[in-house]
Design a protein around this ligand. Sequence first.
Ligand SMILES: Nc1nc2c(ncn2[C@@H]2O[C@H](COP(=O)(O)OP(=O)(O)OP(=O)(O)O)[C@@H](O)[C@H]2O)c(=O)[nH]1
Ligand SMILES: [Mg+2]
Length: 350
Amino acid sequence: MMAEVQGEDMRTLLLVGRSGNGKSSVGNSIIGEKKFEIRSKHQFGEQLKKQVFTNAGVKVVDCTGIGDTGSDMVCNVHSVLQSAREVVENCVRGFDALIFVMKYGVRFTKQEKDAVQMVKSIFGENVFRDWGILVFSCGDQFDLDTKDDDIKFEVWCKEQTGDVKRLFEEVDYRCVVFDNKSYVTFKQRKQREELMGCVEKIQEDKRRCYSVSDFERAMRSREILVVQYELESLKSETDTLIREMNQSLNLTPVPNDHDVHLENMLQELLRHGQKLEEMDRNTGMLESLQTQVQAQVTMLQGKIIMRKTKTEEASVPTTDPVQELILGMKREPGTTVKRTLSFLVTYFRQ
Ligand SMILES: Nc1nc2c(ncn2[C@@H]2O[C@H](COP(=O)(O)OP(=O)(O)OP(=O)(O)O)[C@@H](O)[C@H]2O)c(=O)[nH]1
Ligand SMILES: [Mg+2]
C-alpha cells in the first residue's frame, strides 16, 4: 500500500509526446491504477477527456498527443497548444518534471524529432535540459530484445547514437523504461522508483518547478510554431487566389462587368493581405507571401486606373477625325489596321 502524500510534498509530472506512444499507459503505471483512458485504434485523433489523476503522492497530468498527419497537423498544433495552456494554468504549483514518452522499438524518426522540437517551442527551449525525463514505453519488448545478452537499460541508452544521443545528453541521461503491461508488482514498483529518482535529481539541481512564468516566456516560440504549421496552407491559398485572378483577367472578350470585377478582386486581395499580416504575428515568416499579394494589388490598381482613363477619354466628345482615330487606337489596339485604313479612305474622300 502506497502512502498518501499531500500539499508541498506532492510531485506533479506532465506527460507529453507523440500520440500513441503510451503517455496514458505510463500515467497509469506511475499512479499504480488504470485511470487514464488508453487509446485503441478506433479512437485515432479523438481527444480523450480526463487529464489529471493523483495517487501515492504523485499528480500526473496528461497533455494532448502530438500528431503527425499532414494538414491535420495544423489542427493538432492548435489542440496541443490549447491543452498545454490549460494544464499549465490549472497547475498552480507548476511541474516538477516533464516526461517525454517515446516507444521502445520505434526508430527516432523525423516525426519524433519534430515532436521534440514542438515540445521545446511550446514549453521553452531549455525544458528538456532543465525538467525533462525520457520514458520509453514497451519495456516488455525491451526485455524480449535483450533477454539473451541481459543488457541493462542504462547501457542501452549510452549505446545510442545520432540525434537520439543528443536528446539523451540534453536530459543528462534521465531515462527510464516502463513495461506498462506488467503485472509483476516488483517490476511496477522498480520502474516507478527509478522515475521518481530522476524527478528528485531534477529538483535537487533545479530547486523549483516549471511554472506559468516559464510558459509565458516561451510565448514567442509558440507564435512562431503556429505560423510554421500554417505556412503551407497559406501558401497554397495565396497561389490559388492569384492564379484564379490571373485566369479571369485573361478572359476574352472582356466581359461587360469587367470594372466591377476588377474592384471586387482588389478588395479580395486587400482582405487576404490583411489576413496574412495578422497571421504573421510579426514573425516575418509570411513576408514573401505578403510581397506576392502586394505585387498583384499594384498590378490590379494599374489596370483599374487604365480602365478609368479609357472611359474618361471615351466620354470626351471630339469632332477632330485625327484625334478620334488616336482615341480609337488607344481604346482598341487590336483593330488599329482596319480603323487606320477606313480613316484614310474617309479622309481622302473628303
Ligand atoms: N506492449 C506494450 N504496449 C503498450 C505499452 N504502453 C502502451 N502500450 C500500448 O500502446 C498503445 C497506446 O497507448 P496509450 O497509452 O493510449 O498512448 P497515448 O500516448 O496516451 O496515446 P494518445 O492519448 O492518443 O496520445 C495502446 O495500445 C497501449 O496498450 C507497453 O509498455 N507495452
Ligand atoms: Mg492518451
